[in-house]
Ligand binder design. Structure first.
Ligand SMILES: [Cu+2]
Length: 503
């Protein structure tokens, strides 16, 4: 409210000063001039007042409540660095280095003009020293040099938050890229003095790219791969540190007719994010975390080491998929989250018919648990055909059902059926070759000729190929049988047979 009055007053003043100039024909439609904040030179509101307050820190996707203060205070922030093993995907673990035990790290919220007394602790269980560079700090290194902290130690430094905005913080200990790649980043919000306009939901989402020695979704514990990191060739691109952090029953929630504010950061270390919510238009974006919003935006670019505030109003119920619109990252590296909007249909705005399953594949499933269970069983040498079939079903939904359909019936004249397939009846094990080397040219299935292209599915691991193949062979009236990961490895290592000559 206060901000609105201010804007009106300023525009009135500026318009009054403009009367002598020609303003063109469409005077009424001219954009109102924008008031500047004055930056850091106008951000010191004097010494802290009242008792010191302890900052409320939250884990993603939660955001601390507004400071609700109209004066500068001394704010004490206590943040602990914890190195810990956590899942990065179902059945895949990674040793993350964290601010506060989560990736991204705890969300910090202060008010412009606050004096922040920062305590950085490094857990005694840590193996590495760490520090923190907050992009909201005015001073060399953003706090890095003052906060270098060995395991089992604590550092303290104080800064005044002179600029309002949303800022990334990250570890800046050498090798910096490795500390960031391991998850050492988060967001600090410096509220404008009048606070942010009230909304129904505030959420904390942060993208990061991850580099593991194993392939995407390769099971087990995966170490950091420095070479991939230097090549900027991530294995995973994720929102909030692990695949599925914000899908299924962990999806963000809202109701229709509500306002949603997302604080979206990008920790990098390498990639920039083309942040997009499928089926929503951002009513308002503070690009790069800056003060003056852009309106009616489809996709906003978030630099590595940058952030944005994104706001929209919900009208139509359904699942809204957040992606990095560099789209292979979304569907093949994990950069996918969901905002679930509940409420009555609004047919005047959108007619309905949801296409989630095709869009999301296995990501629309609550989880990939059967896949992880199969991986665990395989590791202990107790993998059964049943385990493989269950895991294969989930994976099939994510990879094959888009074309061959969930019921294996295919699409007439376009995608051949896998159900009661005459090709599989004749040569069951050929499925492995088709999955790994693809299939093109004329092929007859159940009496119908197809002449199309199936791309090779080499992104699948040997385990995944084995599980999907076993599932297909044991479903829909196919001949049965079992494919092992050794079978898959052998086919992968063999160059594809030359395509049969066309007659
Ligand atoms: Cu670090």
């Amino acid at each position: 409210m206060k901000r609105l009055l201010l804007a009106v007053a300023v525009s009135a003043a500026v318009l009054a000063g403009c009367t002598g100039r020609s303003t063109g024909t469409n005077e009424a439609a001219a954009a109102p001039p924008v008031a500047t904040t004055g930056g850091s030179a106008k951000g010191d509101f004097g010494p802290p007042q009242g008792e010191p307050v302890h900052a409320v820190l939250t884990s993603p996707p939660e955001v601390p409540p507004p400071t609700n203060r109209n004066h500068p205070a001394k704010v004490i922030v206590e943040l602990e660095v914890i190195e810990k093993e956590m899942p990065i995907s179902e059945g895949v673990t990674y040793t993350f280095w964290t601010f506060g035990g989560t990736v991204p790290g705890s969300f910090i919220r202060v008010r412009q003009g606050d004096t922040v007394e920062f305590h950085l602790k490094n857990s005694p269980d840590s193996k590495m020293p760490h520090n923190i560079d907050l992009h909201g700090v005015t001073g060399p290194g953003g706090g890095a040099a003052s906060s270098f902290t060995a395991p089992g130690h604590e550092s303290q430094f104080t800064f005044k938050a002179l600029n309002q905005g949303i800022y990334v913080y990250h570890c800046a200990t050498a090798p910096v890229g490795m500390h960031v790649a391991n998850g050492m980043y988060g967001l600090i919000l410096v509220e404008p003095p009048e606070g942010l306009p009230k909304v129904d939901h505030e959420y904390y989402v942060m993208q990061g790219d991850f580099y593991t020695t194993g392939k995407y979704r390769e099971k087990g514990h995966q170490p950091f791969d420095m070479e991939k990191a230097i090549d900027e060739s991530p294995t995973y691109v994720l929102f909030n540190g692990h695949e599925g952090a914000l899908t299924g029953d962990k999806a963000l929630a809202a109701k229709t007719n509500e306002t949603v504010r997302l604080f979206v950061g990008n920790g990098g270390p390498n990639l920039v994010s083309s942040f997009h919510v499928i089926g929503e238009i951002f009513d308002r974006v503070q690009q790069e975390g800056g003060t003056h919003p852009q309106e009616n935006v489809q996709t906003t670019l978030i630099p590595a080491g940058g952030a944005a505030i994104v706001e929209f109003h919900t009208e139509v119920p359904g699942s809204y998929v957040m992606v990095d619109h560099s789209i292979f990252r979304a569907f093949n590296k994990g950069a996918l989250a969901i905002l679930k909007v509940d409420g009555p249909e609004n047919k005047a705005i959108y007619s309905g018919k949801e296409v989630d399953s095709v869009y999301l594949g296995d990501r629309s499933e609550p989880n990939l648990k059967p896949v992880a269970a199969a991986a665990k069983a395989a590791a202990s040498g107790a993998l059964t055909k049943e385990d493989q079939i269950k895991a294969g079903q989930v994976l099939f939904t994510g990879t094959c059902s888009v074309c061959h359909q969930a019921n294996g019936e295919g699409l007439a004249n376009v995608f051949p059926p896998l159900a009661k397939s005459s090709l599989l009846a004749a040569e069951p094990k050929r499925i492995v070759e088709i999955m790994l080397h693809g299939l093109s040219g004329k092929v007859t299935v159940n009496g119908t000729e197809y002449n199309s292209v199936m791309p090779p599915m080499t992104q699948l691991t040997d385990d995944e190929v084995a599980n999907i193949a076993t599932y297909v062979l044991n479903s829909w009236g196919n001949p049965g049988g079992q494919v092992t990961k050794e079978d898959a490895a052998k086919v992968r290592a063999t160059p594809p047979a030359a395509a049969p000559a066309e007659h």
